[in-house]
Design a binder for this molecule. Structure first.
Ligand code: 2IT
Length: 445
């Protein structure tokens, strides 16, 4: 018999100073421990030990020259976490906060998330502590070239397929792909999130945001409710927040906040118009990483240094980064009458915040279910590349919608509790885990 304490003690011993990885694994194990102990074959095959140990990790030095001619040194990573279900698949994050422990948490989550999509993808994650903020295009280009010069040794369309994440968007994917092609002389689907001219998929930029809103829609429908007329707060102002705001607006809701490192915007009129998002995109591309100018431009309020969780809303969507929503924030949201939480960033809620929502019986969609639309459309991009053809936006969008509804269904199947409350976090963990675990058993050790 496995015990939670026993596993966690051993894990903490083996992974010192990696609190996010420990947090992510603990959350999953709390959900799956009974399932695991009910199936002795999992212990026989040491599934817990094997699923919490990455298959392999590459770290490498990335040297690049800045615009002043100084040599800069960063660290690059690729964590190939688990390939039971298919090629390693997961994004690259360029952010000053990137550490090995952080990427292990993301790779572990990615493995379960990719399992939920039902597409044949294993889990991986990578990136660098390089901070793109304030860098020129040519500095980004030189960094990406140097990064891919090393990374290309470890990736390939049937082995490991990276994509974007925080700090890695269309521009970076283009530069990375260009370098891969230069070195390898291949046109393959080695990266996803590519531009449309070189194998990218329609709807990939919007996919995470649209997907999380399709998930929310299914969640509300199952509670005899709808997005029509709802007030929504979301954090972040990147690709994910953009897709979510646009789709929410289309479905009749009003998104009243966005946020950046400098504070948040409160816009009573709603942030989800093409004009407003074009402006945000301009702000991002000028590498300022701030939201404050939005307030002046569109007559909204800017609240400096704070997060949007103090605003009374029906639904809250953390869309920025892990642990961005604390227990205090959760208490305030519940006190202000929030009805649903849809975590859209990976592990956006601190453990205590998530547990608070669940113990107060607020339907809580975990990131690994709600944000799976991004990687799902990456999977569809891989399919299109393998077939050497391109689907219409309508076709990709319909497949995305079907996948999100299916994930919602899996959460209900595995997460329904005796009182009728759906514990989506538990449901997602069990559904994602079972498929990987059963496959590992079938494959032998
Ligand atoms: O966290 C994520 O799922 C992503 N950054 C997307 C990964 C992907 O391979 O599209």
């Amino acid at each position: 018999m496995y015990t939670l304490d026993g596993i966690m003690q051993e894990l903490e011993r083996k992974n010192p100073a990696q609190p996010e990885f420990i947090q992510a694994v603990r959350e999953v194990l709390e959900s799956v421990i009974d399932t695991v102990n009910d199936n002795p074959v999992y212990e026989k095959y040491r599934i817990i030990e094997r699923m919490t140990e990455p298959d392999r990790i590459y770290t490498f030095r990335v040297d690049w020259e800045d615009d002043e001619g100084n040599l800069q040194v960063n660290r690059g990573y690729r964590v190939q976490f688990n390939n039971a279900l298919g090629p390693y698949k997961g994004g690259l994050r360029f952010h000053s906060s990137v550490t090995l422990g952080g990427l292990k948490f993301l790779g572990f989550e990615q493995t379960l998330k990719n399992s939920l999509t039902t597409l044949p993808m294993g889990g991986g994650k990578g990136g660098s502590d390089f901070n793109p903020r304030g860098k020129s295009d040519s500095e980004i280009l030189r960094f990406c070239r140097s990064f891919m010069t090393e990374l290309q040794k470890y990736v390939g369309p049937d082995t490991d397929v990276p994509a974007g994440d925080i700090g890695v968007g269309a521009r970076e994917i283009g530069f990375l792909y260009g370098q891969y092609k230069r070195i390898r002389g291949e046109n393959t689907g080695v990266l996803t999130g590519k531009g449309l001219g070189y194998g990218g998929s329609l709807v990939r930029p919007e996919a995470t945001g649209y997907g999380t809103m399709y998930f929310a829609q299914a969640m509300l429908e199952s509670h005899q409710d709808s997005l029509q007329g709802k007030r929504i707060s979301l954090s972040g102002f990147g690709n994910v927040a953009w897709g979510a705001a646009m789709k929410a607006t289309e479905l009749g809701a009003t998104v009243v906040t966005i946020s950046g490192p400098d504070g948040y915007i409160y816009d009573e009129e709603g942030v989800g118009t093409p004009e407003k998002w074009a402006y945000m995109q301009y702000l991002r591309s000028s590498n300022n990483d701030v939201v404050a100018p939005y307030a002046k431009r569109f007559g909204a309020k800017f609240i400096e240094g704070k997060k949007p969780w103090e605003v009374p809303v029906d639904l809250a969507f953390p869309c920025a980064i892990q642990n961005e929503l604390s227990l205090q924030d959760a208490e305030l949201l519940v006190a202000n009458g929030v009805k649903y939480i849809v975590e859209t960033s990976n592990m956006g809620c601190q453990a205590e915040a998530m547990n608070y929502f669940i113990s107060h019986r607020i339907p809580f969609a975990p990131g690994k279910a709600a944000n799976a639309g991004g990687v799902a459309v990456s999977g569809l991009e891989m399919s299109q590349n393998a077939m050497h053809l391109a689907w219409s936006a309508a076709e990709v969008d319909q497949r995305l919608k079907d996948i999100m509804i299916n994930i919602h269904h899996s959460c209900i199947t595995e997460g329904m509790e005796d009182d009728g409350y759906v514990n989506y976090a538990k449901g997602a963990n069990i559904a994602g885990f079972k498929k990987v675990a059963d496959t590992m058993v079938q494959l032998g050790y």
